[in-house]
Design a protein. Structure first.
Lengths: 113, 113
């Protein structure tokens, strides 16, 4: 597509439930990134995909967080057994192969109540 | 003026004045730097980038300066406009660690008409 698309834009979930966040990158961008942004903070790296493989998962905060990418395109970030501290905006970005100039989506605002 | 603490540093300027936003980056091995602008409820938007083999780069109304000796980056905005009000982030990429970006804390720019 023309830009990076994320869905849903807002998600409210109860503590303990699982959530899935979706990212559709720019067509032709082989690299895809997930970041988390807490209120009033900078962006915290979570995971990076090159094609369908994830060479860097170092930012995932716990084993409750996982992500996958299929067909070198859409990615899903899954948070299991959500906790209140998971409340944040989750941002997805994509870039061309070999580059790190990110184009970001508008994010998913996750609220755990 | 600026305030630093639990809240984002804030820079308040008069419309038409020049703005300078500063950033200290963390890794001396970083070789690519980007400034992003983030408006409320949106994802970060690219402003300008610079590689480590340069010390200055100019765009339309914006200039980025890089001082590798002290690991300092600055963004200068000429003739600041109300539409420039946003949070500005610097980001660095360490070339041998894939495409992920490390983001600074951010500075909130407020432009008074």
């Amino acid at each position: 597509g023309a830009g990076v698309s994320q869905s849903p834009s807002n998600k409210v979930t109860e503590k303990g439930k699982d959530v899935e966040l979706r990212c559709d990158p720019i067509s032709g961008h082989t690299a895809l990134y997930w970041y988390r942004q807490s209120l009033g903070q900078g962006l915290e790296f979570l995971i990076y995909f090159q094609g369908n493989s994830a060479p860097d998962k170092s930012g995932l905060p716990s084993d409750r967080f996982s992500a996958e990418r299929t067909g070198g395109s859409v990615s899903t970030l899954t948070i299991q057994r959500t906790q209140q501290e998971d409340s944040a905006v989750y941002l997805c970005a994509s870039s061309r192969a070999g580059g790190s100039l990110h184009t970001f989506g508008s994010g998913t605002r996750l609220t755990v109540v | 003026g600026e305030s630093v603490g639990l809240h984002l540093p804030t820079l308040s300027v008069q419309e038409g004045d020049n703005s300078i936003i500063n950033c200290a980056y963390s890794n001396s091995a970083s070789d690519y730097f980007i400034w992003y602008k983030q408006e409320s409820g949106k994802g970060p938007q690219f402003i300008i980038d610079i590689r480590s083999n340069m010390d200055k780069r100019q765009g339309q109304r914006v200039t980025v300066l890089l001082n590798k000796t002290v690991k300092h980056l600055s963004l200068q905005i000429a003739a600041t406009q109300p539409g420039d009000s946003a949070v500005y982030f610097c980001a660095e990429n360490v070339g041998n660690q894939g495409g992920k970006l490390i983001f600074g804390q951010g500075t909130e720019l407020s432009v008074k008409p």
